[in-house]
Design a protein around this ligand. Sequence first.
Ligand SMILES: [Zn+2]
Length: 286
Amino acid sequence: MDAFDSIHPVPAAWLRASALAPYVPVYWCHLVERCYAPGTVRMYLCGVAHFARWSRRRRFDLGHLRREADRFLDEHLPQCACRYPVQRCRHQIRAALRQLQAVLADAGIESDDHRFDPIEVELRRFDEHMLQAKGLAENTRIRRLSVVRSMLNQTASAMPTAGELRHFIAQELTRICPASAGSMATALRSYLRLRAFEGDRVEHLLPLIASPACWRFAPLPQTLSRADVERLLDAFPPGLPSRLRSYAIVRCLVDLGLRTRSCKSQRPCNSELNMMLSASSIRQIS
Ligand SMILES: [Zn+2]
């Protein structure tokens, strides 16, 4: 199937009329070869088509794609009034344009923004390492790049000192949750391993990156003992609000073996509950 024929004729026409047209078939192959789902490939093509439509009068140099893409995402998309059919999903378009930058770079069109920004050059090398040596998914690479970009923006060079790394981690831990702290630690370790692979000494830095503690609850017993069950069934004194309802719920758990979710979903008209209430349970509490 032709790349242009795979999407709606209108966005396909936007692509054909743009400076990106010669690269669209390569872009399509780039995504297909990386096993992107057909629906995602179409979404990405439509996202690039929206960008192509917006940029048709700007006549920008393809070497400035990143800067124009940021402008499109930050300035145009929030107030986009383009007519149907346009793809407006920000994260989809951002990912689509990121892939487009990679395709243009492979075609020899170096981004000016990347060429002169040492941090972006370093991040691009890190991204290539994650993709080619580790085979990481795009979302994982984007998260790790975001962490490393934040760190490199605070360090004097691509190789942080122990003090810089310690300060960055402490600063991040004040604003992120434990789960994100784990992701941050993984991203930083991954980046330092790349530096080590290239000959830098990182032995003194790796111990500074501690993963957050992940305490597990003490193992709970799989079942209650008979004595525990009896104590539970006796825990409904006459003055307890909603006594009958509470007792009925516990009988559902004990007699019918229902799970918590099933028990919560029971309604008074439910036949199982009515059967249970009309049987031994009611007799025991009355
Ligand atoms: Zn628009």
